[in-house]
Write a protein that binds this ligand. Structure first.
Ligand code: SF4
Ligand code: SF4
Length: 367
């Protein structure tokens, strides 16, 4: 805790971070300014009581990391906020109802969407042949596996077209990262270990995922918290490799497409080119947000922010939609949560732009 307090005390009060924060810029709630959020975290680390509004300001942060990038004193603002959230959970602070629902659902049903495990593999297309001997697993993840099934259906269809040897398993459970988002480190670790055990039992040596949250979990959270993991690729990386190796070709669509960089897949892992390589092959016109790549704004859903603050998350997403609406016919991304939140904001506010996950828009363009 001392270490975090020292880091917070490096703040010079320049407020550069505030102008970059997608949640603060929408809510204008002074408690949600990044420089104020870290002072609330400081109180948590010092054992001081915080108010309900201060608690909410910590949990409405999407941990998008944009503030970190611009902090004049190089303070890891989002990490500090995350640690304060973990500390609040550990101290038994009452959770937001949306977060306790999310956690209870994962602990009981082993997925974050309250889906029926019996129906997980319903996303598989007719005539799908499972390659039982393959050591590569297509790991659908909760949202594509149970709720936005077209994301996983189109993923496995594209993998087959490329000629990748892979399998799916009915034993798949949540990667565990949403538990970390609500501060429950101990249960997150249990899920991390259980997942690795399931992979071992099923002779799985590496993963292909559609979800950037799962990607980040396996790439970063597993090694950090339990010291082991499994190699993972996002499906767009596999598709971009297939394009480079000329294993697939596209008939170019005339529609204009715009790409939204998901926070962690972009800012953290710098996976900016793979989706663009594919979209440039599949569409005649790829346009960009004014703020793209490192400077991309969060969709508003990340880090369980939508589960706790749906209205704010929808307003943040609407800003992103409005930034795109006059530029393109289709807004696409590589994150199921961004797809879900952006689609919801578009539908609720009747904006004239299509929002779809990247494999949904490219499948039918493959020759
Ligand atoms: S991580 Fe994102 S949402 Fe959280 S304070 Fe920083 S800029 Fe704002
Ligand atoms: S950018 Fe960094 S140093 Fe400046 S106010 Fe924000 S937290 Fe403090």
């Amino acid at each position: 805790m001392e270490e975090y307090i020292e880091e917070i005390d490096k703040c010079i009060g320049c407020k550069t971070c505030n102008s970059k924060c997608p949640t603060f810029n929408i809510s204008n709630n002074e408690l949600e300014a990044p420089d104020v959020r870290i002072q609330i975290a400081r109180k948590v680390f010092s054992g001081e009581e915080i108010s309900e509004n201060e608690y909410n300001a910590l949990f409405s942060c999407t941990k998008c990391e944009k503030c970190d990038l611009y902090c004049e004193a190089e303070i890891q603002i989002s990490k500090i906020i995350g640690q304060a959230r973990n500390q609040l959970f550990k101290s038994g602070h009452e959770m937001l109802s949306g977060h306790s629902n999310l956690r209870d659902g994962i602990l009981k049903l082993k997925n974050s969407t309250k889906g029926d495990h019996e129906h997980l593999l319903d996303y598989l297309p007719e005539n799908f042949e499972n390659d039982e001997d393959a050591t590569t697993l297509y790991y659908a993840g909760c949202l594509p596996g149970y709720f936005l099934k077209n994301i996983s259906t189109t993923a496995v269809q594209i993998l087959k077209k490329i000629g990748i040897k892979f399998k799916v398993i009915k034993d798949e459970i949540c990667c565990g990262s949403p538990l970390l988002d609500v501060g429950d480190i101990e249960n997150a670790k249990k899920f991390f270990n259980e997942n690795l055990k399931i992979f071992e039992e099923n002779n799985v040596k590496n993963l292909i995922v559609s979800c950037t949250g799962c990607y980040r979990a396996f790439k970063e959270m597993y090694p950090e918290l339990i010291g082991k993991t499994i190699p993972v690729k996002h499906i767009i990386e596999v598709i971009a490799e297939a394009v480079k190796d000329k294993k697939i070709k596209f008939k170019k669509s005339d529609k204009k497409v715009i790409y939204h960089d998901p926070c962690h897949y972009g800012r953290e892992f710098k996976k900016y080119e793979e989706p663009r390589i594919v979209l440039q092959e599949a569409f005649k016109t790829l346009v960009e947000f004014d703020n793209n790549r490192d400077d991309s704004d969060c969709c508003g859903a990340d880090s369980a922010a939508r589960a706790g603050f749906k209205n704010l998350a929808t307003k943040v997403a609407l800003k992103r939609i409005d930034d795109a609406v006059n530029k393109a016919d289709i807004l696409t991304t590589t994150c199921p949560f961004c797809t879900f939140n952006l689609s919801y904001a578009r539908r609720k506010n009747e904006r004239p732009i299509d929002v779809q996950y990247i494999t949904e828009i490219i499948l039918n363009l493959i020759e």
